[in-house]
Design a protein around this ligand. Structure first.
Ligand SMILES: [Zn+2]
Length: 245
């Protein structure tokens, strides 16, 4: 999923130039609904024959991405936001079909959930991608909220030419929720409580983007996970309620 930045820029410039005569496609056709949207299109990456990042141990990217997407959908519902899922089971959905679903919505934003992969085992961190300028605020907010997860690593906010972002006519972001190839992030991704936390952070970013800070309510369990943990061995450790993890 990674592309050097320079290459991305070059491809973007080339794409926009080639469509200069067309007003409905490309960045200029994007309607900035990031403060007015009523619907969130939640896109779980990959599915069916397309496993995405695949590890010998633990579920493939398509499974963990779907789980985070479903948790995200539930949280958005609880915040009274309408949602549309591009897939809700382990099925293959071509990219163009995903784009069609996203662009069918009248007043929406699009959020795609992925996990990353690298040959370098040590590579880790959250990354958020966008294509149109109208998507930047949402991308930035998602990244900032993910960075509130204890011990998280910042892979940054980047532009990318992914089809679901490039062809969107609404603000659209793609979130890489950590590297399955990294020992620490890979094992966290296998933990449902951690996936619940990822979904919570992304949901908060979306709700805040729409309604402002302080509106979103985390569950008490999530709030406890986000509280700074006492150092191991300190007096505070024994106060941690049993079964809170
Ligand atoms: Zn992916």
């Amino acid at each position: 999923m990674r592309m050097p930045r320079l290459v991305t820029r070059f491809v973007t410039v080339g794409f926009v130039a080639s469509l200069a005569a067309c007003s409905t496609v490309g960045t200029r056709g994007v309607k900035n609904t990031s403060k007015t949207f009523t619907t969130v299109v939640v896109d779980a990456g990959h599915g069916g024959k397309d496993s995405g990042a695949y590890r010998r141990y633990g579920p493939p990217e398509k499974m963990v991405a779907l789980d985070v997407a479903q948790r995200l959908e539930k949280k958005l519902h609880e915040s009274q936001i309408k949602t549309v899922m591009t897939r809700d089971s382990d099925v293959f959905i071509p990219l163009n079909d995903r784009v069609a679903i996203e662009n069918k919505q009248k007043n929406a934003v699009f959020v795609s959930i992925h996990f990353n992969d690298s040959r370098k085992r040590r590579t880790r961190g959250f990354e958020t991608y966008y294509h149109s300028g109208a998507s930047f605020d949402l991308a930035n907010r998602v990244q900032q909220k993910l960075m509130t997860i204890p011990n998280s690593s910042n892979g940054g906010v980047h532009t990318a030419n992914f089809r679901v972002l490039r062809l969107a006519n609404c603000p659209a972001v793609l979130v890489e929720c950590g590297y399955l190839s990294n020992r620490s992030e890979g094992s966290q991704a296998r933990d449902w409580e951690y996936r619940e936390l990822l979904a919570d952070r992304i949901a908060e970013a979306i709700v805040e983007q729409r309604y402002g800070a302080g509106v979103y309510q985390s569950s008490p369990q999530i709030a406890a996970q986000l509280r700074p943990q006492p150092e191991p061995g300190s007096a505070g450790t024994s106060l941690t309620p049993a079964g809170s993890r």
